[in-house]
Write a protein that binds this ligand. Structure first.
Ligand code: PRP
Length: 224
């Protein structure tokens, strides 16, 4: 990793930030500044020309596509939903979860083909959801929400939801049951397409180090 080449890495703020920092430290990137409490959104990597850009998770692909960041860390769900033109380099295996169709358990529905014509489906992923139901040949009305989509069926806004499930607790506690898998989700390292060519040596060296760390963790059963 040639740290004299300028490199900007977009890191998602919030839920994943801690595990992303741990992984970056394992490949030898100094994250002290990133760990120190601050409201700064651009954070330098000491003694290098590298820096972090702290972004809302769903905006990471946008910063990378436009070259404001050379690299970014982002969930596969966001990549599928946004459809940005970026290079997907490594499955970092962090934040593993499933994107599922779920319905009220009391509805008795156990297969997506049992959903009524024009059923309403609430989701924060309208593109993924529309594409999924089109592929299934099911006519559905997709209702876009910004979060807490489990509320939709409870208050009669929707017949089903498409959402992330990790432990299954949120579905269970809201009387919902998954009836179909839409996608497996985990966190990916992505690159700006031009940066990937122009800074290939530096980026490739980082990718190799990440692969070594991830393989070692898989071998010891420590994968996050
Ligand atoms: C996510 C997701 C589910 C929940 C699933 O929500 O949308 O609601 O986590 O996790 P579980 O299966 O472990 O219960 P998040 O907390 O990101 O907030 P949101 O509902 O506002 O999107």
């Amino acid at each position: 990793m040639d740290k004299s080449i300028p490199l900007t890495i977009a890191v998602p703020k919030g839920r994943l930030q801690g595990v992303v920092i741990e992984l970056l430290e394992k490949v030898g990137i100094d994250c002290r500044e990133l760990r120190s409490p601050s409201r700064r959104l651009i954070v330098p990597v000491p003694d290098t020309k590298w820096r972090f850009l702290l972004s809302k998770p769903t905006d990471v692909p946008t910063y990378v596509e436009y070259g404001a960041a050379d690299l970014g860390v982002v969930g596969k769900d966001t990549l599928l939903e946004n459809g940005k033109a970026v290079a997907e380099l490594v499955d970092l295996g962090l934040g593993r979860c499933r994107l599922v169709v779920a319905v009220p358990e009391a509805s008795g529905i156990r297969d997506v083909q049992e959903l009524d014509f024009n059923s309403r489906v609430a989701t924060i992923f309208p593109n993924i959801t529309t594409d999924y139901f089109n592929r299934q040949g099911i006519q559905a009305e997709v209702v876009e929400l910004n979060g807490s989509v489990e509320l939709g069926p409870i208050v009669g806004l929707a017949d089903a939801i498409v959402d992330i499930t990790e432990t299954g607790t949120t579905l269970l506690e809201n009387g919902l049951i998954p009836i179909a898998d839409v996608a497996q989700v985990s966190t990916r390292l992505i690159a700006n397409q031009v940066s990937y060519k122009v800074k290939h040596g530096t980026i490739h060296s980082l990718v190799r180090k990440l692969q070594v760390v991830l393989r070692a963790e898989t071998d010891t059963g420590m994968e996050g």
